[in-house]
Design a protein around this ligand. Sequence first.
Ligand SMILES: C[S@@+](CC[C@H](N)C(=O)[O-])C[C@H]1O[C@@H](n2cnc3c(N)ncnc32)[C@H](O)[C@@H]1O
Ligand code: SF4
Length: 476
Amino acid sequence: MILTPTMTGIASPDPLQHAFKVKSAPHAGRSGSRPVFLKSEQWQQWWQQPSQATERALYIHIPFCRKRCTFCNFFENGTNPQRINRYMQRLTEQLKIAADTPLVQSQPFNTVYVGGGTPTDISSDEVKLLGEAISRFPLIENAEVTLEGRLNGFDDDKWHNATANGFNRFSFGVQSFDTQVRQAAGRFDDKDFLLNRLNQLSQHPSASIVIDLIFGLPGQTLDIWQQDLQAVIDSGVHGVDLYQLIGLSGTRIDHAREKGKILGTALSEYQADSQARANMYASGANHFESQNWQRLSSCHWRRDSRERSVYNSLAKSGIEILPFGAGAGGSIHGHGCMNARDLKQWHLAHDEASTALETASVQAVQAPSFPVQVPVQVPGMLMSPNPSASLDAIFKRGLDGGRLELNLLSSDMTQHLIPLFSAWQTNGLATLHKNSLALTLAGRFWNVNMQTGLFEYLAENPIAATQETTSQSLAS
Ligand SMILES: C[S@@+](CC[C@H](N)C(=O)[O-])C[C@H]1O[C@@H](n2cnc3c(N)ncnc32)[C@H](O)[C@@H]1O
Ligand code: SF4
């Protein structure tokens, strides 16, 4: 059996700080998939076929931001009202077309996520337009519908239009409440504005307000981080995500480091190393859990049951996600797909399809068998179905949630993984019970490295395909 430190971590008196050197990547994954090409006729057919999914989601991407924050590489296009309006008109038109297709109508949707970029940068009228387009989809009762973004520019008008048009969850990036840390990171507002606004919005009788914080930002000491954690409680929000800063290439921080410069003031020179970040994670987990907040995943906590985090937890289970918009990712009929980010190409595909449709509608008068209209096939990447998708979803959801239920795996698979699980136990990352593997606090901090390590272990030590089945697929 091949076991390496990148799979197991290393033995250390302090696994939280030293089990691995650095967080390997934002997410772990493996894929036995390969790119596939889908002909236009097949694309048409896909939208006529009912879905086989039992749970599914809709993901809508809004690729605009007012400013490029120093730490982030999600910035795609600058905010410009005309440019956004043109995009929103096209996008909502496509959503309406999709909503009438057999693929969409065949099964209800559990959750919708409007992500970005900064979706809250769209105008109040566009929020309404988007909410109306989403309401044409068959949603389960009380489906979670999230609008992502930031508090800056999200005025009362937008908020009222959002809550009146079906949005019931709001995920705002705060990153840090500390005014100086924020300025160095290229954020607009100060701590008082954020606290007041979050307090106001959290008074809503049913909407869930959640925020993202990052630990490890330039200038963010442990002391500042502890004030950030207390500010979360004081803000009245219903949930929080704590993300470790990942040194993404192409960010402004990355460019400045290459040139040996500091962004912001001399205070921003401080940057927590991996060990200091481990302590920041631990103080975050202890802070919320000591105040009876419930942990829903390794990085997400909720104040009470109003916050459900349905999209995030289902997305990790590999469910069907219909993607809309330039840069949106998802999966259709078991095929992973990623729409290209390039806005020009995205518009071009729609313009060409409109012209073709005009010609076709003239023909349809002469030959009325023209098929039901389907959304435009935009440039992007499409993958063949991942043969181990259901198994990978069990690993990802289990390790991310802090507990892997072993009875979801076949007994052959559990036996095959015991050397890895035992090494994790020896290294202080997990505790092996009869029917489950529970991650320690250190394991939860390093869970993405553990997921990556597990996939590497399976690649180096393949198990016969017949034994890879989950106990669910054995039962069915
Ligand atoms: C797609 S961004 C949208 C956030 C929103 N536009 C805003 O400005 O707050 C979603 C989240 O990714 C996280 N994120 C972005 N860059 C990151 C990085 N380098 N490391 C860790 N988390 C990051 C941030 O917490 C952010 O709120
Ligand atoms: S944090 Fe938000 S606003 Fe800033 S660049 Fe990233 S997506 Fe855009």
